[in-house]
Design a protein. Structure first.
Length: 87
C-alpha cells in the first residue's frame, strides 16, 4: 500500500478528524496534515485516537511537573519522545 504515486483528492471530513490530524502533527506523529490523513486511513481512526490520547497525557503530565517546580532539561523531553516514537 506504500506506492510511490500520490493523487490529490478533496474530501470533507468531520471537524474532530481534522483536529485529530492537527494533534498528530503537533505531537510529531505525522509530518503534515496530509501525512496524518494517510496514517489515519492506514491505521484506522480508533488506533490513532488511542495513540494521540497517550501523547496528550504525556504532554499534560510534563506541564504539570513543570508547574510544580520540576525542570525538564532543554531538549530532554524532545529526545525522549523521539526515541519512543522510533521504537
Amino acid at each position: 500500500m506504500h506506492g510511490k504515486m500520490s493523487t490529490t483528492v478533496s474530501i470533507k471530513v468531520r471537524r474532530e478528524v481534522v483536529e485529530l490530524a492537527d494533534k498528530m502533527v503537533r505531537y510529531g506523529l505525522a509530518k503534515s496534515r496530509s501525512h496524518a490523513f494517510n496514517i489515519l486511513i492506514e491505521k484506522g481512526l480508533n488506533e490513532v485516537v488511542k495513540e494521540v490520547g497517550f501523547w496528550e497525557q504525556v504532554y499534560r503530565d510534563v506541564e504539570e511537573l513543570e508547574r510544580s517546580g520540576f525542570k525538564i532539561v532543554h531538549g530532554g523531553l524532545s529526545k525522549m519522545l523521539e526515541e519512543e516514537r522510533h521504537r
